[in-house]
Design a protein around this ligand. Sequence first.
Ligand code: PLP
Length: 390
Amino acid sequence: MDKLHKYKLETEIVFSENKDQYNASSVPIYQTATFKQTSSSDMGEYDYTRSGNPTRTQLERHLAKIMKADRVLAVASGMSAMDVIARLLKPGDEVIAGDDLYGGTNRLLTYLATNSGIIVHHVDTTQTSKVVEKLSPKTTLVLLESPTNPLIKICDIPTITKLVKESNPAAIVAVDNTMLSPVGQNPLDFGVDIVYESATKFLSGHHDLMAGVIAVNDKALGSRLFFTVNATGCGLAPFDCWLLLRGIKTLALRYERAQSNAQKIAEYLEGRGFKTRYPGLKSHPQYDLHWSMARGAGAVLSFETGDVEISERIVEGAQLWGISVSFGCVNSLISMPCKMSHASIDPKVRAERALPEDLIRLCVGIEDPEDLIEDLRMSLVQAGALKVDA
Ligand SMILES: *Cc1c(COP(=O)(O)O)cnc(C)c1O
């Protein structure tokens, strides 16, 4: 507990001191584009939903409390959040980003490098020295993900942040925290400037909406980001704000169950000899670093089979595990990143970044763990990756 939270995080997630004029228990959906003004000169608190809407305000305030941020902005998707952040950049600015970034982030950065004169350095952020090597007075944005997806690489967010600020106080450090959600990790605690997440994942939890959130502590930075939200019209629609508020109520429960399932599955796979990547496994090369920053290991893991065709058969043979991109949903999902979420990355670049073509990603849901393991075991056996009695 700390000064910003009266209660433990699990309680803050479901508790709200918000007062509705009719004492509604669930925040009402203000499904309106415009608000009438009391006079031609007095705009009132709200005038137009692109600029602000009471349902969105409730969501943003609730998230700010959970994420211990001064301000949160709710936008149309995780990529929209990234786009709002990217509009802080000007031609000639340099960005340092990871080499195992989310596919869509990679695509947007490549677009900006091609069309907007922004210079992007992709480095292995697991090695802090590689980030430091690229720092220059032109560095405007350092973009981190930890753990990355699907290679589950960890970077030292506090140390990198400190070194970036020492080298260039004006540079912005932004962390994509989608993989762990505010329950698993809160990078604002380490002094980063911006934390953003795809709320399509854990925060909403049911794969029934798309949303993104941006959290900051610096008021001036918050205003600059809000300018873009208002100027481009990417603020989250009232109905989606309401759905997201509803999803967030069960965030802690869903996250903890999915994470405990993921731990069991990672141990099962590693125990059968598969090279398994999950920060909950002691074999993870950055196990200690991860646990120095995070409260949990998340619910996404990946493993190798040694053969692309065997991997394809495993993915297609599973019954309970839906073949789908994304994660953070109540249902468990299975995918081959090279063919699905990361297909937009050039095969040559994928090879350079050591992304194994046979890699299978598991995004664990909240089902019964024994059912999940049995379904996976059957698929592994059918695909010829495991002996019948293993
Ligand atoms: C899904 C995802 C995004 C993009 O979010 P959308 O809501 O799909 O636009 C960004 N970063 C990470 C790590 C993601 O998993």
